[in-house]
Design a protein around this ligand. Structure first.
Ligand code: PLP
Length: 389
């Protein structure tokens, strides 16, 4: 009956791409699993806010006041005053006129791209964009072109050949989720202006970490750019769940009327709105959280590089160690786990074939001392796995 599934699973296994769920008893930087402490390098809770007392209290208060669900789509009866308050807090953080909150970052990307990009339009996307940006473009009826990773010359060569009478839309992550490098934001902005294109930047991994008020890489002092739409998420640095588009008031109104993942989905539950508002408040009151994290991540990256591991130049709190083969990456991750380090292997289709890796995300839950000990253990394990000599 299910032979199609079994066949596909066998094929994935044979290619070293079979994935499985692993149950953890809790979240956090250091987790107790079967009586031993495991250090978690695979969480996107960069600012260690998911378990923060202030966020928990705000979430509990909101549930007590408003219940568990928004009960309907925002355009029906699921639009609460609290949603508007969160959107206004987020707009202040992002330095935009408005924001619109969606059910998740993934849903935001689907909604924004299908609303903006129509038949006859052209989307120019970085080759390493996140899956939700790729899927948003695929779902739209626009013609999609992918330029080489961060390659402004390639992007411009494609823009020069543009034939559309419709819209051109350039789409990129700011901090790339699996490589931790940063898009050439100023160059993208300049090309968008020169070729009359809209610019959409996904800041999922930069929110809370970079830029003024933690508003993302587009808000880094002296390097500010103003994309037409910035995508953010409440699900990573902000410790909760949900997504948003930061934009002008008119684009917000346009999205309310055109973004299907907004129109046809229940409003974000009050609990997420409550914790999201508190997270924005915590960021505003503690403007150095992002810098503390990045400084720590840079010191850690230097320890790994010093030990001979194949890590890229420092750019963000996401640090991949390139391994190459699928089985080798999984084996390395397993050996690290055996030593009490939770560092997930990342394989195709999430990353290009031949670039399997383990991906480390540094969070404020990990002290310099923990990071330094971990760097030693990672280097020893890499030697054992034959990844370094
Ligand atoms: C770049 C990027 N955009 C969007 C998302 C989706 O965000 P969410 O987890 O809120 O759905 C992710 C999550 O992995 C991401 O890495």
């Amino acid at each position: 009956m299910n032979t199609f599934a079994e066949k596909e699973l066998a094929s994935l296994k044979q290619r070293g791409q079979l994935r499985d769920l692993y149950v953890l008893p809790e979240t956090g930087g250091q987790i107790t699993v079967d009586g031993r402490t495991v250090i978690n390098f695979s969480s996107n809770d960069y600012l260690d806010l998911a378990r923060d007392r202030r966020l928990k209290d705000a979430a509990i208060r909101t549930v007590e006041e408003l219940g568990c669900g928004a009960t309907a789509a925002r355009l029906m009866t699921g639009h609460l005053k609290l949603h508007e308050q969160l959107e206004s807090d987020l707009a202040q953080m992002m330095g935009t006129e408005a924001t619109l909150v969606f059910g998740s970052g993934f849903l935001t990307n689907l909604g924004v791209l299908t609303a903006l990009a129509k038949a006859g339009d052209e989307v120019y996307a970085d080759k390493l964009n996140h899956a939700s940006l790729i899927d948003g473009t695929r779902l739209s009826k626009a013609h999609s072109m992918r330029y080489l990773h961060k390659d402004l010359n390639h992007l411009e060569s494609l823009l020069k050949k543009s034939k559309t009478k419709g819209k051109r839309i350039i789409v990129s992550d700011s901090v790339f989720s699996m490589d931790g490098d940063i898009a050439p934001l100023a160059g993208l902005s300049e090309l968008a202006q020169r070729y009359d294109a809209l610019l959409v930047i996904d800041e999922a991994h930069a929110i809370g970490v970079m830029g003024e008020n933690g508003g993302g890489a587009c808000r880094i002092k002296g390097r500010e750019i103003k994309p037409d739409v910035v995508i953010g998420t409440l699900s990573k640095s902000l410790g909760g769940y949900g997504g948003y588009a930061a934009c002008s008031a008119s684009i917000r109104k346009f999205l309310i009327n055109n973004a299907r993942s907004f129109i046809y989905s229940t409003g974000l539950p009050p609990v997420c709105v409550g914790s999201g508002r508190e997270a924005v408040f915590v960021l505003k009151s503690n403007p150095n959280l992002g810098k503390t994290l990045l400084d720590r991540a840079e010191r850690f990256r230097d320890l790994l590089a010093g030990a001979g591991l194949n890590v890229p130049e420092f750019e963000s709190q996401i640090i991949p160690i390139l391994v190459g083969g699928n089985d080798e990456a999984v084996h390395f991750s397993q050996l690290l786990w055996d030593r009490g380090l939770l560092i997930k292997a990342i394989r195709p289709p999430t990353v290009p074939v031949g670039t399997s890796r383990v991906r480390l995300s540094i969070t404020l839950a990990l002290s310099d001392e923990v990071l330094s000990k971990s760097a030693d253990m990672i280097a020893q394990t890499a030697k054992k796995a034959g990844i370094i000599s």
